[in-house]
Design a protein around this ligand. Structure first.
Ligand SMILES: [Zn+2]
Length: 451
């Protein structure tokens, strides 16, 4: 909209606690591509350590940063008392020496940290002399991309703060939990003579019932609780994609939510309703029956050629056609129907096989119902509000498994017209819900999106 550039930056400078994993670089690229976010430039911070070192040296040389050897607890006491630690008052030359020692492995983990000077009187103690770089034993915790090449690693505020300027960021739009980071980084910008970008801090976007905790997802996959990052129970983009949530729906929802400073809580239903609007207009309709229940209809007076539109408002999309030819002395025909519909049937009542004809239920036995032809016209049953159910002629069934949002599998039959579907197609199974086709081979495998 503003002719901006979209820069993808991988912030992977914690080889120990938030250890990056090689697979995520590519899955993040894939997710963005799927979302329609075209990347103009890409940077990986673990490639940029020499740049961070260069600016750190400049900050130390100018007396704006120092290498602190204090144990964390002692440093904390000092800052809370608004007093400098003994390292802060050393000369720049002495600190440069410590910095060289740090880079050459003279300190082990926890023995030294580079701090950027701020106002020791700052009302927020967390702002006072914030940590900028620390030592990580990469022999023990090698970085997945650069191994043990570096032992001094930048923390968020140094790396992101420098990069925002060096990459020409004009606007920082991020969660409000980063507000204090802006306050911290502004000291560094002043020392370097840079102008801080426009910063907008928005509230957290929460989705009720969503499973978004990264560490829990990783743990669950390790333990085999989840099939992978695209397990339908997860709130990952990979999972949403697999279920048939469209990138357009996500984009519309995010734009509508905007960058409010208060927290926003949404439910999955909010996202689904955006998605439903998009899919409803475009998706082809088909029949699916859950379970393996059957109905026998007798006394069918003639051959019926059912012509079912692929989309009720878009005749140009075409039709599926099934010929119902009654056989035997009883002029009978056989259909698969949803098990749930059999359960709800009452003997003596009339129901309508959608777009086909009306039948009267005569008897029921377990998974089966016997019926007789009643009449053809929908008008006959409109007033009595007869149940309209989907059906599949026996012989036209296509075995189908649907993976539900809770990862359970609903088995049943899709109509044979579905054999033409290709993976990734998103369709609506009438009276069941929208699904995304995952495999269309000997059987159809689909993921359930929503009603
Ligand atoms: Zn110190």
């Amino acid at each position: 909209m503003y002719n901006g550039k979209f820069i993808l930056r991988f912030e992977d400078t914690d080889p120990k606690i938030k250890r990056p994993s090689l697979i995520f670089y590519d899955s993040i690229r894939q997710d963005l591509k799927w979302l329609g976010c075209k990347v103009d430039e890409e940077y990986i911070q673990s490639d940029r350590l020499p740049i961070y070192y260069e600016y750190t040296e400049r900050l130390i040389r100018d007396g704006n940063a120092y290498v602190c050897e204090c144990p964390p607890e002692e440093f904390r006491k000092k800052t809370l008392a608004k007093e400098p630690c003994p390292c802060r008052i050393l000369s720049a030359a002495e600190n440069l020496e410590r910095w060289k020692r740090m880079l050459s492995g003279g300190y082990s983990e926890g023995q030294a940290v580079v701090r950027v000077k701020t106002d020791l009187e700052h009302p927020n103690p967390a702002v006072r002399d914030w940590p900028a770089l620390r030592v990580i034993d990469t022999k023990k915790y090698p970085h997945p991309r650069v191994g043990s090449k570096y032992i001094v690693w930048p923390l968020y505020n140094l790396a992101a703060g420098l990069d925002d300027h060096l990459m020409g960021m004009t606007h920082i739009i991020r969660g409000k939990e980063h507000y204090t980071n802006m306050v911290r980084q502004k000291y560094m910008y002043e020392y370097l003579g840079w102008k801080y970008p426009e910063a907008i801090h928005y509230g957290r976007l929460k989705i009720t019932g969503a499973f978004l905790s990264k560490s829990k997802i990783v743990q669950g996959i390790k333990e085999g609780i989840y099939a992978g990052y695209d397990d339908p129970r997860l709130g990952t983009f990979a999972a949403l994609r697999k279920r048939g949530i469209t990138p357009e729906a996500i984009k519309k929802m995010i734009i509508d939510v905007g960058t409010k400073s208060n927290d926003v809580t949404l439910s999955w239903e909010n996202l689904f309703s955006y998605n439903r609007k998009i899919l409803d207009a475009t998706s082809n309709r088909y029949f699916f029956v859950a379970g393996h229940a059957k109905i026998t209809v007798k006394n069918i007076p003639k051959i019926f050629n059912a012509k079912l539109p692929l989309h009720p408002e878009k005749p140009e999309k075409g039709f599926r056609q099934y010929s119902i030819t009654p056989i035997g002395d009883e002029n009978a025909s056989f259909f698969y129907v949803a098990e749930k519909d059999i359960t709800n049937m009452e003997t003596g009542k009339i129901i309508r096989l959608m777009e086909l004809f009306n039948v009267k239920i005569e008897e029921k036995a377990g998974n089966w119902a016997g019926a007789t032809f009643a009449s053809e016209s929908y008008e006959d049953v409109r007033k009595s509000k007869a149940q309209l159910i989907q059906w599949i002629p026996v012989g036209e069934e296509y075995p189908c498994s649907i993976i539900m949002p809770d990862a359970s599998v609903t088995e049943g039959y899709a109509e044979s017209a579905c054999k033409k579907l290709k993976p990734d197609a998103i369709i609506q199974f009438e009276r069941f819900g929208f699904v995304r086709i995952n495999e269309a081979d000997e059987k159809l495998v689909a993921y359930y999106a929503h009603k």
